[in-house]
Design a protein around this ligand. Sequence first.
Ligand SMILES: *Cc1c(COP(=O)(O)O)cnc(C)c1O
Ligand SMILES: [Zn+2]
Length: 430
Amino acid sequence: MAVQSVESSTTPSASGAFGPAVALSCRECGERFELGPIFACEACFGPLEVAYELPAGDPEGLRRRIETGPNSIWRYAPLLPVPADVAELPSLNPGFTQLVKADNLARELGVTGELHIKDDSGNPTHSFKDRVVAIAVQAARTFGFTTLSCSSTGNLAGAVGAAAARAGFRSCVFIPHDLEAGKVVMAAVYGGELVGIEGNYDDVNRFCSELIGDPAGEGWGFVNVNLRPYYGEGSKTLAYEICEQLGWRLPDQIVVPIASGSQLTKIDKGLKELIAIGLVEDRPYKIFGAQAEGCSPVSAAFKAGHDVVRPQKPRTIAKSLAIGNPADGPYVLDIARRTGGAVEDVNDEQIVDAIKLLARTEGIFAETAGGVTVGVTKKLIEDGLLDPSLTTVVLNTGDGLKTLDAVAPTTGPSAIIRPTLDSFREAGLA
Ligand SMILES: *Cc1c(COP(=O)(O)O)cnc(C)c1O
Ligand SMILES: [Zn+2]
């Protein structure tokens, strides 16, 4: 596993399978390792992340190459751990989702600057998870895994099932047994195996870690466990797209939901890369994290001024964010504090109100995670933590059709009438 072997001609990096990626590096001690299906540092057990030799010296050329690339995350292949011809390999081709200028919502929230919704419900399986899975699938292929797997709060299971079907892998995914019907059906319909576990996400994740170490899990690529360093890089594409869609400009403020915290940390990584390469002007930006009150370990630590995150037992309708022991929690705290952002939470009622607010103002039906980010944005403005005069991007990471139960009790027909004009008039709708 020593880093010098990275240069050997037989390694995946030398044969181009990982594009500009050159090694895995430990986020705690900096130790480097050869690109492989590993996720923890041998020296200190810290999490590993992908390290690059990024294209330097010709930002204009790179920008042109990106702009003429495919309308998917693969336009950013020169900045990802994937082969240069990745767009020709079987994939769901996620990404390049709409950045919606949300003027109506801005008016309601008292935002005088630009407000945008990055609407990732437009991905192939209707959540941002298609981005991370697409990168993990490339790594799984290179490492010779035959089964794709994951521990999931719902969206990831569907994304893995679909990506496996397209790319020709077997899949077997694990979820808490009590998820929303929309998530369970999405996870099962692609024909892979779906296992409900009697327990919460943290129990599911623990089980998967055991399975990886067992002969029963041989040949299995768990996209968010033993492929986690590659998986995480998929979230950088949100940062790239947002900047490109703003006309190669950094947003001033960005509001990101937190489950494990991976997405938030990689959005920060992506923004820093664009600055380093010279694709955007180097200006300060603030990253805000959003959680549900019923599962708010990172928000609680932020408010208490702690560096460590104390695990919680989740109880919230925002099930896609219900990770009580978030792996990247401490890194999220670092980023929120370093950039001058914050981490905030909203309760279930506020989540439902925010889902309806976004739907009513912008015609976007978000899942509960989107209710969390919009609700937190509103709260941050009210508390004076988010500046309403600047350019702000709020993420909607999933589709409301998967979490109908959240709004069904308070949403429905205005009236049920007989098919006559009299009946229509009686209902007071004329
Ligand atoms: C998984 C997920 C997230 C964030 O996940 P992280 O583990 O923090 O990267 C956000 N929104 C939705 C809808 C998700 O499914
Ligand atoms: Zn280490």
